[in-house]
Design a protein around this ligand. Structure first.
Ligand SMILES: Nc1ncnc2c1ncn2[C@@H]1O[C@H](COP(=O)(O)OP(=O)(O)OP(=O)(O)O)[C@@H](O)[C@H]1O
Ligand SMILES: [Mg+2]
Length: 156
């Protein structure tokens, strides 16, 4: 599928996509471009160490969806819901799974109803901490790896 991201990415040997962001701005711009192709129901899992750029990536997605307010880390509140007006998409749900142990914890906070909901886009930091329900066409896992101060390898 040709997407707006085609100009950013290279294929790796195992057919994954790879983009190297040289700085924070490039990570944001990459995520922003990705979100422009969203139609609703997407679930984006972000995987990467402390400071790898997960929240920064989520900010970029928010920009691409036209979210006007500043998106920051939901570490303590676990989940934030931002209003969106882009086609069928009505909200961006930003979850931080750092303090969450399992899918049931997400059900307790009512996050489960947003997953694969055509009116929502879900972005979840520390996605590797929980077993998420996977719908192949709509779920994307994105790995962020720091290489020095500002370089980040983005793979998915
Ligand atoms: N290329 C880059 N992409 C993203 N962030 C970058 C980049 N270069 C430098 N940074 C800096 O790295 C930090 C990334 O922080 P961010 O909060 O996005 O990471 P995180 O993965 O969400 O961390 P946490 O695990 O604490 O949630 C920011 O201070 C940002 O300015
Ligand atoms: Mg974060």
């Amino acid at each position: 599928m040709i997407t707006r991201l085609a100009k950013f990415v290279k294929f790796t040997h195992n057919n994954h996509m790879k983009y190297i962001a040289k700085n924070e701005k490039e990570t944001i711009s990459f995520a922003k471009t990705m979100a422009k192709d969203f139609v609703g129901g997407e679930v984006i899992g972000l995987i990467g160490d402390l400071g790898a750029g997960k929240t920064t990536f989520a900010k970029g997605l928010a920009l691409g969806l036209g979210v006007k307010v500043n998106v920051n880390s939901p570490t303590f509140v676990l989940m934030k819901v931002y209003p969106v007006k882009k086609g069928k998409i009505k909200n961006l749900v930003h979850i931080d799974a750092y303090r969450i142990d399992c899918w049931e914890d997400l059900e307790v906070i009512g996050a489960d109803e947003y997953f694969y909901n055509p009116e929502s886009v879900v972005v979840i930091e520390w996605a590797d901490r929980i077993k998420l329900p996977v719908k192949k066409k709509k779920a994307k896992l994105i790995n962020l790896t720091s290489q020095g101060e500002e370089k980040r390898v983005i793979k998915y």
